[in-house]
Structure formats: structure tokens, C-alpha cells
Design a protein around this ligand. Structure first.
Ligand SMILES: [Zn+2]
Length: 310
């Protein structure tokens, strides 16, 4: 879909400017999406920023998320959640969704997972949310999963940083200190070939995130949730600092839409509106960095760009 093909009224309704409307959309990769269970859809309430209520079924959540992907030309999304909904999401759009199992305390059978990766039913390890279960990402109990990911060259997404205010009421083992990216260091040295990305840019652990990115060139970060939940100034300050330190080629766009598909647009627009980023830096964050990290083929990249201009 081209922005230029939209009518002026549609553009106004979508909050877009005429200046933007003259530029066809470029493809976007969203590396941080979730397939959500009915329990989460029912239990998490409305979008905390927009107040829009969550979809009422898993099917509706998938359809609304795919509709937002269409709207913003998101040509590839990484959707993680419980095994059942992650697979359901992938089946709904197999060319555009990569799936992963999200887990904290591991209860998944490693050999079963191996089969799911080898048959490409799963593509990503994580989002590993061990922080919610009181575990460091380097805890040995997680090691068989990261060893599997390393042996199969499957990228791993690890939740680092924060959660919602009051999270310990529902996740009593959650600890702020377990979101510090410095805790990745043992894991990274144990598995020197494991491709890892830090979810949420490690926010608010800026210095530790810079340290890890400096020492471990294979580590990337995603902008998930911070790009729409945090105040725009806080997001801008954080991402600007990462860019200032030279990491603009290792920041990947993520929405972390959770149970609220309308968050995808908020997240895309936070990057697009960032006048502190150059056009090239925006393209890197919205597509190129993820394409490199995920090792997309030249054919896949060409297809993404061709499809987006039709
Ligand atoms: Zn997360």
C-alpha cells in the first residue's frame, strides 16, 4: 500500500502529513510482537496509552495485528507467546510471521523444541522472560535452551529492563535488578556463537547496555514498548544516547504490542517522527538492522521492497 494512494481525508484521519504522503512507505520489520492467550486478552485491560480495549479472542487479536501490519507495511513480524498461540499466529500469515516460545521458568521439552525449529514451525528462542520468574538470563536452568538455540543458529530474544508499575503483585518473583543487561555476560561467554538481542533496549539500564553492546558485537537491541509506553522525551533521550555511542546499526524496531494491536502504529510513528534520527538511521532501525541480524537473503529483502511499493 502506498501512502500516496490514500485520499486527503484518510490521511487526516490517520494523522499523517502531506509531506509524508508523498513518500511511499518502506518495508518495516517488527522484531517484538506477541501472540497472546485468551487469558491475557481478558485480563490485561485496555491499552494504557490509548485506552482502546483489547481484542476479545485470540483470532481477533491475530486479525487486528495483521491489519496493523498491513497498514504500516510491516513485512515481517516476530510473534512470541505460548506455543499454541505462537503457532496459530504463524499459520495465519506464514510468509510474514516468525514464531517463538516465550517462557520464564523453563517447562518446555528441549527435544520437542528442537523438532519445531528443525521443521521451521518455530524460528526464534524467546522472548525469554526469566526476569518475571526471579531468574537471571545466565541462570544454568536456562542453559539447555540457549545451547539448543546456539547449536541451531536460532536467534534469542531476552527480556531485559522493566515491566509495569505494581508487577510484583501478579509476578511476585519479578525483580528490577534481574533486568540488568550486565547479567547477560556469563551467558554470552558460555555460548560464543549465540545470536542475542536485548528486548526493550535494556531500558533503563543505559550504561550497562552500552557496555554489553561495546564488548559483544553480535548483540543487538530492540525498541519494544519503550517507543510507545514511555514518555516520548524519555524514549528519545535513551535511543539518542545509543546512537551517539555509535550503535545505530544494532537497534531494531520492535513494537511489543502485547494485547493491544493499536500500539504498533504508535511505535512506528515514534521512530518516524524522531527528528533526532536521520532518514538513513530510521531505515536502519525500521528494517535494515533486523534484516542483517536475522540474516535475510537478498531475495527476501528484494521481495520485501518490491511488495511494499505495489
Ligand atoms: Zn519483554
Amino acid at each position: 500500500m502506498k501512502r500516496a494512494s490514500l485520499c486527503a481525508a484518510c490521511l487526516a484521519a490517520a494523522g499523517l502529513t502531506f509531506g509524508q504522503a508523498n513518500t511511499p512507505r518502506q518495508p518495516i520489520i517488527d522484531v517484538h510482537m506477541h501472540s497472546e492467550s485468551l487469558k491475557n486478552l481478558k485480563g490485561w485491560g485496555p491499552n494504557p496509552v490509548t485506552g482502546k480495549k483489547a481484542p476479545e479472542s485470540v483470532e481477533e487479536h491475530i486479525q487486528q495485528t495483521l491489519a496493523e501490519m498491513n497498514r504500516y507495511d510491516i513485512v515481517l513480524g516476530i510473534a512470541t507467546g505460548d506455543l499454541e498461540t505462537a503457532e496459530q499466529f504463524k499459520k495465519a500469515a506464514p510468509d510474514r510471521i516468525w514464531a517463538g516460545p516465550s517462557f520464564g521458568i523453563p517447562g518446555l521439552d528441549v527435544e520437542k523444541l528442537r523438532g519445531l525449529y528443525e521443521s521451521s514451525r518455530l524460528n526464534i528462542m524467546g522472548e525469554v522472560v526469566a526476569q518475571y520468574d526471579g531468574l537471571s538470563p545466565s541462570d544454568p536452568v536456562l542453559d539447555p535452551y540457549f545451547a539448543l538455540a546456539e547449536s541451531l543458529d536460532v536467534p534469542a530474544c531476552i527480556h531485559m529492563g522493566m515491566s509495569f508499575p505494581g508487577i510484583t503483585e501478579s509476578s511476585p518473583k519479578f525483580r528490577v535488578c534481574l533486568g540488568n543487561p550486565i547479567l547477560l555476560e556469563e551467558l554470552l561467554n558460555r555460548h560464543p556463537k549465540l545470536r542475542v538481542w536485548i528486548a526493550h533496549m535494556g531500558f533503563p539500564y543505559l550504561e550497562e547496555t552500552i557496555g554489553i553492546l561495546n564488548v559483544y558485537p553480535r548483540v543487538y537491541v530492540d525498541t519494544g514498548a519503550i517507543d510507545w509506553i514511555e514518555r516520548p522525551e524519555a524514549f528519545a533521550s535513551y535511543i539518542k544516547t545509543l546512537v551517539m555511542y555509535g550503535f545505530e546499526k544494532r537497534i531494531m524496531f520492535g513494537s511489543d504490542q502485547m494485547t493491544w494491536p493499536d500500539a504498533i502504529g504508535l511505535a512506528v510513528e515514534a521512530i518516524e517522527k524522531g527528528d533526532y534520527l536521520s532518514a538513513e538511521q530510521k531505515r536502519d532501525i525500521l528494517y535494515n538492522n533486523a534484516a542483517k541480524f536475522l540474516r535475510l537473503s537478498p531475495e527476501q529483502i528484494a521481495k520485501h521492497h518490491g511488495a511494499s511499493s505495489k
